[in-house]
Structure formats: structure tokens, C-alpha cells
Design a protein around this ligand. Structure first.
Ligand SMILES: Nc1ncnc2c1ncn2[C@@H]1O[C@H](COP(=O)(O)OP(=O)(O)OP(=O)(O)O)[C@@H](O)[C@H]1O
Length: 320
């Protein structure tokens, strides 16, 4: 359904944009029909930038994004509008998506103006009714209410209902449940799983490994804009190969397990990247890094078992 092929994003930063920051570096993966793929990585690893490039909220610097085989990297005008009928995004903070002085369901209006300017009111109301029921909202209970009168879970469902008003095939869900409480979270997660079973494909962006495990068939682990490991979720979680993935897995607090001092060794995320112009992005934090010669060139992703890829000199024999 959706393929990223060598996608990179370079932001201009610094005074007068004189410096560049590579937020996403040559990223390739695909999301199949009716598949949920988790994009996992720490803060600043480039997850949201990837979501924004897919949604055309920021341009791509190089590479291509294909939707059902068609290059959609640089769409405009009508083609872009058509793309938005099928590809939509829902973001982290449901509260900031609403203007507190307007009723919550006002968010549907832009969709009507943009995509259904000729629809009559009766048909439109029926459409809203069915998309709200699809996300488990009772229109009689939630329509005509102000955002502060609704819960975070209801507001997030509203945003998903808004996406469903269109013929959505692909949803970018960027940290959509991190601000919700545990029981509301499960409700929204189950909703996503149900939408998946109805044919929707989802890119589930998260830094919460347990949420990623719960919902996705495939996981992509991102570090400093590079994919360091990806594959079927079971394999990535139960047999992580990249030292960064191993560290992430070791850091997940488990219910019923108490913290014991020094049990998990967490490498410092703030250490400065040494002068390795094309070196492994994880070199300076890596507990198994070899001598500089070994890791001073960037490892490519290598398939180590069917569908399971890792970019690490220590795990794969690669020609440098
Ligand atoms: N508009 C921008 N201009 C310049 N730099 C940006 C811009 N947006 C993001 N960045 C930088 O790009 C890098 C990746 O940011 P991004 O928001 O994609 O990370 P993230 O993995 O989604 O982080 P988080 O989990 O904290 O949201 C960061 O270093 C960030 O500071």
C-alpha cells in the first residue's frame, strides 16, 4: 500500500538557516494492505518527520513515497486533494486539535467544505452519524458539546471519525494514545485494531514499546533518523539484534517487577557523536562497538532471517 524508498529529510537550522540537520536518513520500509506497522524510536529520532512527509505537511529532501505504486512524494493541486481522501493523520494531543470556543464537532466542517461541498445536509448528517458509530461514539451523547465537556478518549475518537468521513485507506497515527489513561488507551487501541480488520493500514508512531507490540504486525526501529532494525514484531521484540533495540527492550518496566539499582544499563542519549563522518549512528553509545575501523562506516540493513533486517557490523558480515 505505502512504500518509503530511500527517504531523507534535511532541515535548514541555525542562524539564517546556515546549517543542516539530517532528521531522516535514507529510510525505506513498506506498510501492506490492512497492516499496522509501528515506527519506534526515542525523542528526536525522526518519527514525526516521517509521518509529516507521508502527509505532505513537510517536503521530502530525497527519495520517494509511493501509495499503491504511484509516486506521491511531490503532489499538488487536485492530485494532492485526492491523496488526502485516502491518506489521513491523527496526532498526539487531542486537546490542542480543538478550539475551546467552538463545539467539538465543528472539526467535521472543514472536511465537508473541502471534499463534499455539494452534499445535502441530510446525507451529510448520516455520514457523520455512521463514522461516529464506527469509532464507538454515540452521536446523541457527544455532538454539540464543547471540547472541555468531553474526555481525551472521546476527542481522539472524534479525530479518527473525521478521518473516516473520507475513503481512508491509510492512517498515520502519531502518538495518539500517549496522553490517555490506561483504560481509555486500550479502547482506542482496540478501535485501531478493528479498523485494521476492516482493511485500513496504519503507521503507528510511538515511543512506547508495549503499545507497539500490542497493535502491530511489523516494527521499524529508528535511531537518529536511520532504521537500525525492522521486521515482524514478534522477532524484533523477542530476538532483538541491534544493540539499540536490545537496550530499548531491556528498559521496558514490567508489571510486578521492582526497580533494582543498576539492573539495566542505559546508555547516555546525550553523548556527542564523535567525528565519524559516515560512521554508524549508534557508535558512541554502543556497548559492543568494535574498534573504530569496524564501525566507522555506516552499516547497511541486512536481512538476517526472513523479513528481519538489522544494520549492525557486529550482527552481520558486510563488505565495508
Ligand atoms: N521544522 C523543523 N525545523 C528544524 N528541525 C526540526 C523541525 N522539525 C523537527 N526538527 C528536528 O528533527 C529531528 C527529528 O524530529 P522529530 O519531531 O521528527 O522526532 P520524533 O522522533 O518525532 O520526536 P518526539 O518523539 O519527541 O516527537 C529533531 O532533531 C528535531 O529537532
Amino acid at each position: 500500500m505505502l512504500t518509503l524508498d530511500g527517504v531523507s529529510k534535511v532541515y535548514r537550522v541555525g542562524t539564517f538557516g546556515g546549517k543542516s540537520l539530517v532528521a531522516v536518513n535514507d529510510v525505506s520500509f513498506d506498510v501492506g494492505d490492512s497492516e499496522v506497522v509501528s515506527l519506534i524510536g526515542e525523542s528526536g529520532s525522526g518519527k514525526t518527520t516521517i509521518g509529516k512527509m507521508i502527509l505532505h505537511l513537510t517536503s521530502i529532501s530525497s527519495g520517494a513515497i509511493r501509495f499503491n505504486g504511484v509516486d506521491v512524494s511531490r503532489l499538488n493541486g487536485r492530485a494532492r486533494k485526492e491523496y488526502y481522501r485516502h491518506v489521513q493523520g491523527v496526532f498526539q494531543d487531542p486537546f490542542s486539535s480543538y478550539n475551546p470556543i467552538f463545539k467539538a464537532d465543528r472539526i467535521f466542517r472543514t472536511i465537508r467544505e473541502e471534499f463534499f461541498p455539494k452534499i445535502d445536509s441530510h446525507e451529510w448528517n448520516e455520514k457523520i452519524d455512521s463514522s461516529m458509530r464506527a469509532v464507538g461514539l454515540n452521536p446523541d451523547e457527544v455532538l454539540n458539546k464543547f471540547p472541555h465537556q468531553l474526555s481525551g478518549g472521546q476527542l481522539q475518537r472524534f479525530l479518527i471519525a473525521r478521518a473516516l468521513l473520507l475513503d481512508v485507506q491509510f492512517l498515520v497515527a502519531d502518538e495518539i494514545i500517549s496522553m490517555l489513561d490506561a483504560s481509555t488507551r486500550v479502547g482506542v487501541l482496540n478501535l485501531l485494531a478493528e479498523l485494521k480488520s476492516r482493511g485500513l493500514s496504519i503507521l503507528f508512531i510511538t515511543h512506547d514499546l508495549s503499545l507497539g507490540y500490542y497493535i502491530s504486525q511489523k516494527s521499524v526501529i529508528l535511531y537518529r533518523g536511520c532504521v537500525v532494525e525492522m521486521g515482524p514484531t514478534e522477532q524484533v521484540y523477542h530476538h532483538p539484534l541491534h544493540p539499540y533495540t536490545k537496550m530499548l527492550m531491556a528498559c521496558v518496566p514490567r508489571l510486578g517487577m521492582k526497580w533494582e539499582c543498576g539492573e539495566i544499563e542505559v546508555t547516555n542519549p546525550n553523548v556527542k557523536q564523535p567525528d565519524l563522518p559516515s560512521g554508524c549512528a549508534y557508535y558512541d553509545r554502543c556497548p559492543v562497538a568494535g574498534n573504530k575501523r569496524d564501525c566507522s562506516t555506516s552499516p547497511s540493513l541486512v536481512e538476517v532471517e526472513p523479513g528481519h533486517f538489522v544494520a549492525c557490523w557486529r550482527q552481520t558480515k558486510q563488505e565495508s
